[in-house]
Write a protein that binds this ligand. Structure first.
Ligand SMILES: [Zn+2]
Length: 228
């Protein structure tokens, strides 16, 4: 009896241990921290889809075909979060002239690698000219000066992107924000004003190359492939 009880306990302990050491799915590690999604944001998103992307949509949702990686150029998580929080864009005259919709993002990764989800994946977010209507966005707290992106952020981006490309088979591209203009002139790029551009350097080639080293070979691309 005693032996059976001991063996039984061993089996239970082993099962618990295996469960503990199995990789936790990334979606269980994502902290939900929503920004405002109100009637103003919805209305401005529909207006953006119409005026900037030239798309008539009756709902502000996207079918993700790419992931765009950024840094916030704001040194703290709270400061970065607050920048995305309101529906209406404060300041930034060049962006304001294109739309009053505030910048938004689906995921925000803190310097310690914690992933926060600010918007559901299929909601429209303004974070990359010409491609918002099909782009999921990941922002990273940091910059190219005193707060460089960390190894923990790199690992979190890799885990998150691997999870997203598995979940959405339509995602064909993973790019850095600094690469978005390579899509101008392709069918994927939709911006009604051909002169509306911003110069971007985030997050830079080394970060994107480090991500790509850990993505499944031939699953996604950094440059448009197809007939322009
Ligand atoms: Zn950016």
């Amino acid at each position: 009896m005693k032996v059976q009880f001991f063996v039984g306990r061993l089996i239970v302990l082993a099962a618990i241990s295996i469960g503990m050491f199995q990789c936790t799915p990334v979606n269980r590690k994502i902290v939900q921290k929503p920004i405002i999604w109100d009637s103003t944001r919805i209305q401005l998103s529909l207006q953006y889809l119409h005026e900037r992307h030239g798309l008539e949509a009756d709902s502000p949702f996207i079918t993700p075909r790419m992931v765009v990686v950024h840094w916030t150029a704001i040194p703290t998580f709270e400061g970065s979060y607050q920048a995305f929080y309101p529906s209406i864009l404060p300041g930034r005259p060049l962006l304001q002239s294109a739309s009053a919709l505030n910048v938004g993002i689906h995921f925000l990764v803190d310097q310690d690698g914690t992933i926060y989800q600010l918007l559901p994946e299929k909601y429209f977010a303004r974070h990359v000219i010409g491609l918002n209507y099909c782009a999921l966005g990941i922002e990273n707290v940091g910059d190219n000066a005193g707060h460089p992106l960390t190894k923990a952020q790199l690992k979190a981006n890799i885990r998150l992107i691997r999870y997203l490309i598995k979940k959405y088979p339509d995602i064909e591209y993973v790019i850095g924000h600094h690469e978005y203009r390579t899509f101008a002139g392709t069918p994927l790029y939709r911006e009604t004003n051909p002169d509306y551009f911003t110069e971007k350097i985030d997050p830079g080639d080394p970060f994107m190359e480090a991500i790509y080293r850990h993505l499944p070979v031939n699953r996604v691309k950094r440059r448009y492939q197809g007939t322009p």
